[in-house]
Design a protein around this ligand. Structure first.
Ligand SMILES: Cc1ncc(C[n+]2csc(CCOP(=O)(O)OP(=O)(O)O)c2C)c(N)n1
Ligand code: SF4
Length: 534
């Protein structure tokens, strides 16, 4: 029985689904008896008139539904005939077959494949334009057991990200890079890419690329193959079924090498972009074969195991992060263990205007979290003005590893002004808390599912000697209300960080005053009622 497998994107329907056709040829021996008893062969209902079985399915590694626009959850955003869909399928199948799904972290680029995280049911990170190899480096070095994939277009990898890819390859980072080369910027409407071929028209080279003016196309596979470190570099093409099968093998091999911890692997995939090329999907594939392959020859440019250095290289001592930051010896304050024992972590957003100590409050909290042995993250966001412009930060304190420092739905909002209260209140989880720096919650502010506590922090700090301590009053209130960290830790952090003794004294009092305010007033008068009155 001959078994021929043909894989092609059924992008006519703009779906990622791939039609696999299996041709089944029955091997029969004809004998006289057969002829006498000639019976019409049974027609297998599964086969179509050409003798192929059509299978419409997608790899289980893809999400069942793509959580994108409500009306488009069964299909990808790629154009009909786009090579990204086929490349996605090859990667998904390889990860599935190699049993790597749960270990994989996929780094999506900027470009048409920016939404790859909607499709791959693996760990996903989306990064800035061209930076995927740098981000992948960080991820792989901090999680060496993971399979880290940097998936990039030619504008992303060979234009804005040239430095990142060259240096990641040169360092021999143990990541896999899939480089989808369609000789154009797809997402932004067809500008010339570094890989645009001589004579090829684009919106920025409407006369066709000229070597005298725009230079020659970059051959990234060949360029990277001049470096010492890479272990595997191959160029493949999605031009026809035979080449797609070769691409399939290359994708698999690159991932296997990463699984075996061998070194840097790179697969360049020549890929059709029918929309920008102005061709139908079939003609676009032909164009890959007839125009791209002669310019970018298919080849294995590197396939070797790294040589063991002749001289043993010095390995720097491995130190824990806490050790490197010199935070281990500093014990938390006296009552730390008591508080920590019921601490479940908190996601906090602190918002106000520049100059109110919004970002500093966040930094103090994560320093405290580190001292208490928690996982922490701090993500600041502010405008061009250093003072008076709006600023906020996301603070995550967790017993578990933090997936993202971005907090879309905080448990606690510390609103340092009314603008921030109104702007961010809707983000707070139902049942969450808002600590508002104000004498009372504005009369028309209504958030019945939240606990809103108004704290006259600026006034309290002013009475203590400096409005600069407003953020510390809020910190005291936060610690008392949520018990997210121990006040003793706060004191030890303040003692280390605040160098001016008079200010430290005010901060100490401010911390206590914030805590006392919660104890004495919060649950009596300062919490907003469903009718909106504090
Ligand atoms: C810093 C920055 N510069 C420019 C852009 C605009 N931009 C978005 S995608 C893109 C080109 C992507 O082309 P390519 O990497 O070839 O991917 P394709 O869309 O063809 O898959 C550009 C220039 C951006 N988003 N960010
Ligand atoms: S513009 Fe080109 S690369 Fe982008 S989705 Fe469409 S066909 Fe694919």
């Amino acid at each position: 029985m001959a078994n021929e497998s043909v894989i092609s994107g059924t992008d006519q329907k703009n779906k990622l689904e791939v039609k696999t056709e299996i041709k089944v040829e029955a091997m029969t021996e004809t004998t006289n008896t057969d002829l006498q008893n000639k019976v019409e062969p049974e027609v297998d209902p599964k086969l179509n008139s050409d003798g192929y079985e059509e299978i419409h399915s997608k790899s289980p590694l893809f999400y069942d539904l793509y959580e994108r626009k409500a009306e488009l959850q069964n299909q990808t955003h790629y154009c009909p005939g786009c090579g990204h869909g086929v490349a996605h399928k090859l990667i998904a199948e390889a990860l599935q077959d190699l049993g790597l799904q749960d270990k994989t972290i996929f780094v999506s680029p900027v470009g048409c494949s920016v939404f790859a995280y909607y499709y791959f049911d693996v760990g996903n990170v989306q990064v800035a334009h061209g930076r995927a190899p740098a981000s992948a480096t960080g991820i792989k070095r901090s999680c060496p057991g993971k399979i880290v994939i940097s998936y990039q277009g030619d504008g992303d990898l060979a234009a804005i990200g040239t430095a990142e890819i060259v240096h990641a390859a040169n360092r021999g980072e143990k990541i896999t890079v899939f480089f989808v080369n369609n000789a154009i910027y797809g997402m932004t409407g067809g500008q010339m890419a570094p890989t645009t071929m001589i004579g090829q028209k684009s919106t920025t080279s409407p006369w066709g690329r000229r070597s005298s003016n725009e230079g020659f196309p970059l051959h990234m596979a060949e360029l990277l193959a001049t470096l010492e470190a890479p272990v595997y570099i191959e160029r493949v093409a999605l031009s026809d079924n035979k080449n797609i099968m070769k691409a399939r093998r290359a994708v698999r091999k690159a991932l296997e090498l990463q699984r075996d911890d061998v070194g840097f692997t790179f697969v360049e995939i020549l890929s059709p972009c029918p929309t920008i090329w102005g061709k139908d999907p079939v003609a676009a594939r032909q164009w890959v074969a007839e125009k791209m392959i002669p310019t970018f020859p298919l080849n294995v440019f590197r396939d070797r195991r790294p040589e063991v250095p002749a001289v043993k290289e010095n390995t720097p001592p491995h130190r824990s992060v806490a050790d490197a930051l010199e935070i281990t010896p500093k014990a938390a304050g006296p009552d730390t263990s008591k508080k920590r024992s019921h601490h479940k972590g908190a996601k906090i957003k602190i918002a106000g205007f520049g100059g109110q100590g919004v970002l500093l409050l966040g930094q103090l909290l994560i320093e405290m979290g580190m001292r208490e042995g928690l996982e922490v993250s701090w993500l600041p966001s502010y405008g061009p003005e250093m003072r008076s412009g709006s600023a906020h930060c996301h603070v995550c304190l967790s017993r578990e590893r933090i997936g993202t420092p971005l907090i879309s739905h905080p448990d606690v909002l510390v609103a340092m002004n009314e603008f921030s209260l109104r702007k961010f209140a809707h983000e707070v989880v139902s049942g969450g808390t808002i600590l508002y720096n104000g004498e009372s919650v504005p009369a028309d502010f209504y958030a019945p599912e939240l606990q809103v506590i108004a704290i006259p922090a600026a006034e309290i700090a002013d009475k203590l000697g400096s409005t600069k301590a407003t953020n510390i009053v809020m910190m005291g209130a936060l610690l008392e209300e949520t018990e997210c960290l121990a006040p003793g830790t706060a004191l030890s952090v303040l003692e280390d960080k605040v160098k001016k003794l008079d200010l430290l004294e005010i901060d100490r009092k401010a911390l206590t005053a914030g805590r006392l305010f919660i104890d004495e007033h919060a649950h009596i008068g300062a919490v907003s009622q469903p009718d909106g009155f504090a």
